[in-house]
Write a protein that binds this ligand. Structure first.
Ligand SMILES: NC(=O)c1ccc[n+]([C@@H]2O[C@H](COP(=O)([O-])OP(=O)(O)OC[C@H]3O[C@@H](n4cnc5c(N)ncnc54)[C@H](OP(=O)(O)O)[C@@H]3O)[C@@H](O)[C@H]2O)c1
Length: 266
């Protein structure tokens, strides 16, 4: 016990306590989030980078009820992907009331209610820069983006490795204000499970965001995905806690020969 106290910096601990007390004073009530919302009206959902694995999964899961627009840097590539996804959707669901179409990442911006940024971390700056000022004011922006790299030790979380790198959701919020519209989720959902419509996900996904109405809409969309439970983690500033779980899951999977493990709070 006394050895531990040798390393105990009383000053900084007190500072931390004081700032915590101040933070609680200025925000006394934690936001109440109802994660059981199951109904959202039909929406137009644009997926930037929708030609990738996650994009395919999102499109297939939401097209039953919503109009999904697959985005790409190349409109023709997006249209071809959309046709393929639509074929899979028709084979699986039969009749759907929603749709899947394709366009470039920027042209659909003014029409959509929700933007899913399904692009790698490295391209946030460029893609969001092109979308700046093009989205409707009430368009929700969802980041499933994981800043991750592979080293000799295993998968690592980039902002912990490189001092000048930010968490993904913060970068998105800086680039596509207002911050209140940005939410993050889906970090620990593997694309192969998301794309497989026969599979119920049997997993949780952590949501971070600052606006109750925005979180409610995302919660509704998550609850439409079979077996996926939304769990509210806190404001967008905490999104790194969800983002960092992905390299952790991948390391565990690799070392223990597990296939696409997810995360579930029990
Ligand atoms: N894969 C997973 O299991 C998984 C799980 C959880 C979270 N995530 C996160 O979800 C996001 C999407 O994952 P993913 O595996 O679908 O990604 P991905 O396949 O690597 O990339 C998605 C799309 O990004 C676009 N893209 C590539 N280079 C680009 C550039 N320079 N500028 C703009 N767009 C570019 C490509 O679309 P076009 O060539 O058509 O433009 C590509 O199809 C990532 O941020 C990832 O960290 C992935």
């Amino acid at each position: 016990m006394s050895i531990a106290l040798c390393y105990y910096d009383l000053g900084s601990y007190e500072d931390a306590e004081n700032s915590y007390r101040e933070a609680i004073k200025s925000n006394p009530k934690p936001m109440h989030i109802n994660t059981e919302i199951t109904h959202v009206d039909s929406m137009k959902i644009g997926i930037a980078g929708g030609t990738g694995g996650m994009g395919e999964g999102f499109a297939l899961r939401w097209c039953q009820k919503h109009d999904v627009i697959v985005g790409s840097r190349d409109a023709q590539k997006a249209r071809e992907a959309a046709e393929n996804y639509m074929r899979t959707a028709n084979q699986t669901y039969g009749n759907i009331t929603g749709s899947i179409s394709g366009n470039d990442n920027i042209s659909f911006a003014k029409d959509i209610d929700v933007l899913i940024l399904s692009i790698p971390y490295e391209f946030i700056d460029d893609t969001c820069g092109k979308l700046t000022g093009k989205l409707r004011d009430d368009c929700i922006v969802v980041s499933p983006i994981v800043p991750m790299a592979r080293t000799e030790a295993g998968f690592v979380y980039i902002p912990l490795e490189e001092e000048d790198k930010e968490q993904a959701a913060e970068m998105v919020a800086d680039k596509l204000p207002p911050r209140s519209r940005v939410v993050s989720a889906f970090h620990t959902i593997s694309e192969s499970k998301l794309k497989n419509l026969q599979q119920s996900l049997d997993a949780d996904t952590f949501i971070c965001g600052d606006d109750q109405n925005v979180i409610a809409k995302l919660t509704g969309l998550i609850n439409e995905i079979a077996g996926l439970r939304p769990v509210y983690l806190g404001p967008l500033a905490l999104a790194y806690q969800a983002e960092i779980l992905t390299p952790m899951c991948l390391n565990a999977a690799k070392r223990n020969k597990m296939k696409n493990p997810g995360v579930k709070l029990v």
